[in-house]
Design a protein around this ligand. Structure first.
Ligand code: SF4
Ligand code: SF4
Length: 396
C-alpha cells in the first residue's frame, strides 16, 4: 500500500498513533461519502464497503459520467451536495497519487481536513478493520527465496549482481517465517514469492504447497515472480495450477532479445491453465542510485519528506522480520548496507495489531528508513532517473 495521507510517521506513541482517527471514523452517526472512479468505488465496496454500508450516503465520481446514477443502490451525487453536512466523512479511494491529492485539495477548500473528515480509502479500511473487528490485513508482502538469478541486471532493485555470496534460503526458515507472519497478521492481499529468480529455487514446490495449504484462505493472491528466461518444469506447472498461483513475468525482450523466453513461458503457462501477468512491457526502471550513485546528504526533514513522497508499497518478510522497504532489505541481505532496527519490525517480539498497522503505514522510530539516506526512491514523484530495464552488467 502506498501511504499518501500520513506525512509525519515518526513514532511517538506506538500502538496509539491512530486512536484519534479511529475515534472519528467509528462514530455511529457518521455519513460516509465515497470518492473515486466507478471501478475504484466498486472495488472498495467489495473489500470494505459492506461493513459500513448503512452509513454510506453517496458516491462522488471523479470521472465525468452522466449515465451512472447509483452504485450498489447508493446515489451518485455531486461534491457540492455535502459541504454543509458536519458528520460527513469523505473516503477517497483513488489509487493514483495525483488523483488522490486533487480530491484532497478540492475537499479541503470546502473545509474537510485530511485525516479528520477526509481519508485515504486503503488506510481507512485498515484502521476500521483493526479498531472495530480486531482484524489486520496488510497489502503486500514479498518473500525472498533466493539470491541466485539467471540475469545480472545493473539496476536490479534487489542488488542481485552485488551480492557477495548468492544462495538459496532455507526451506525451514521460510516455513517458520510464514507461520510467524500469519500468527500476527490475519490477511495478506498479495503474497509474492521472488528472488533473484524464483524458478531457480529448488524447494519452490514444497514451499508454495505449504503456504497455500496452511494459509491459502488468508491470502488474496499468491504470485511467483520470474524474469522470463526459464521454462517451468511439468512439476512446477502442476503446483502452480493446483494452488492457483499467478506467475508475474517480466518482459525484458527489448533488452535481452532471444535470451528472453517470454512468449514460450506465457504459452506453456496458458497451456497448463496457469494464470500469467506480464509486467514491465514498454516501461523503464528507476535508477535507485545505490550502490554506485548514492544521493547527497539530506537532513532529517528532507529525509522524512523523501520517504513520504516515495511512499513505497513493497514490504519484505525474512527471518522473523518485516522490512518496510524491500530494497533496504536486499541491500542488507547482500552485505552492502548495515542492518538497523529502525528499518524492520521483529515479529518474534510482542506486537499489537495496532503497532503492525502503524508500521505498515510507515511509522518507525525515525519516520523513514535509514536506507532512504542512500536511495533516490522508488516512485516517479521522488526519482526522475529512468534507465532501460534489465541492462546487464559483467561483475569483475
Ligand atoms: S532478473 Fe534482473 S532485476 Fe530480476 S532479480 Fe535477477 S538481476 Fe534482479
Ligand atoms: S529506501 Fe528508497 S525505496 Fe525504500 S522507502 Fe526509502 S526512498 Fe523509498
Amino acid at each position: 500500500m502506498r501511504n499518501y495521507s500520513f506525512k509525519n510517521t515518526k513514532w511517538l506513541n506506538p500502538g496509539h498513533e491512530l486512536d484519534y482517527i479511529a475515534s472519528i471514523i467509528t462514530r455511529k452517526n457518521n455519513r460516509f461519502y465515497i470518492v473515486g472512479s466507478e471501478k475504484e468505488i466498486s472495488l472498495f465496496w467489495e473489500i470494505s464497503g459492506k461493513k459500513i454500508e448503512p452509513l454510506i450516503k453517496g458516491c462522488i465520481l471523479t470521472e465525468n459520467n452522466d449515465v451512472i446514477n447509483s452504485i450498489n443502490n447508493v446515489p451518485v451525487i455531486k461534491d457540492t451536495d455535502i459541504i454543509d453536512d458536519i458528520y460527513s466523512i469523505i473516503v477517497c479511494v483513488s489509487q493514483n497519487r495525483n488523483n488522490y491529492e486533487a480530491n484532497m485539495n478540492l475537499f479541503s477548500n470546502y473545509g474537510f481536513d485530511e485525516n479528520r473528515q477526509f481519508f485515504q480509502g486503503e488506510i481507512f479500511s485498515q484502521v476500521y478493520d483493526v479498531y472495530v473487528d480486531d482484524y489486520l490485513s496488510i497489502d503486500r508482502v514479498e518473500i525472498f527465496v533466493t539470491s541466485k538469478c539467471s540475469l545480472q541486471c545493473e539496476k536490479c532493485i534487489a542488488y542481485i549482481p552485488y551480492f557477495k555470496k548468492t544462495e538459496h534460503e532455507s526451506l525451514e526458515m521460510l516455513k517458520a517465517d510464514s507461520d510467524l507472519l500469519f500468527s500476527k497478521v490475519d490477511y495478506v492481499r498479495k503474497y509474492k514469492v521472488l528472488g533473484g529468480e524464483a524458478f531457480l529455487y529448488p524447494d519452490i514446490i514444497e514451499y508454495v504447497d505449504y503456504i497455500c495449504e496452511k494459509y491459502g484462505n488468508r491470502i488474496g493472491s499468491i504470485r511467483v515472480g520470474t524474469n522470463g528466461t526459464i521454462k517451468p518444469s511439468r512439476e512446477l506447472l502442476e503446483m502452480l495450477k493446483r494452488n492457483r498461483v499467478i506467475v508475474d513475468i517480466s518482459d525484458y525482450m527489448d533488452t535481452l532479445g532471444k535470451r528472453s523466453k517470454l512468449q514460450e513461458v506465457i504459452t506453456i503457462c496458458k497451456e497448463n491453465d496457469v494464470e500469467v501477468d506480464v509486467k514491465r512491457t514498454g516501461e523503464q526502471w528507476l535508477d535507485m542510485g545505490f550502490p554506485n550513485n548514492k544521493p547527497l546528504n539530506r537532513n532529517e526533514e528532507q529525509l522524512q519528506n523523501h520517504f513520504h513522497k516515495c511512499a513505497f508499497y513493497c514490504r519484505d518478510f525474512w527471518n522473523g522480520k518485516l522490512w518496510f522497504c524491500c530494497s533496504n532489505f536486499a541491500a542488507v541481505r547482500a552485505g552492502l548496507f548495515d542492518e538497523n532496527n529502525n528499518d524492520y519490525l521483529d515479529f518474534r517480539e510482542e506486537l499489537s495489531k495496532k503497532e503492525i498497522l502503524e508500521y505498515e503505514i510507515g511509522y518507525s522510530s525515525l519516520g523513514h528508513t535509514t536506507f532512504c539516506e542512500v536511495c533516490r526512491g522508488c516512485s516517479d514523484e521522488v526519482n526522475p532517473f529512468h534507465v532501460e530495464v534489465a541492462k546487464q552488467v559483467v561483475i569483475k
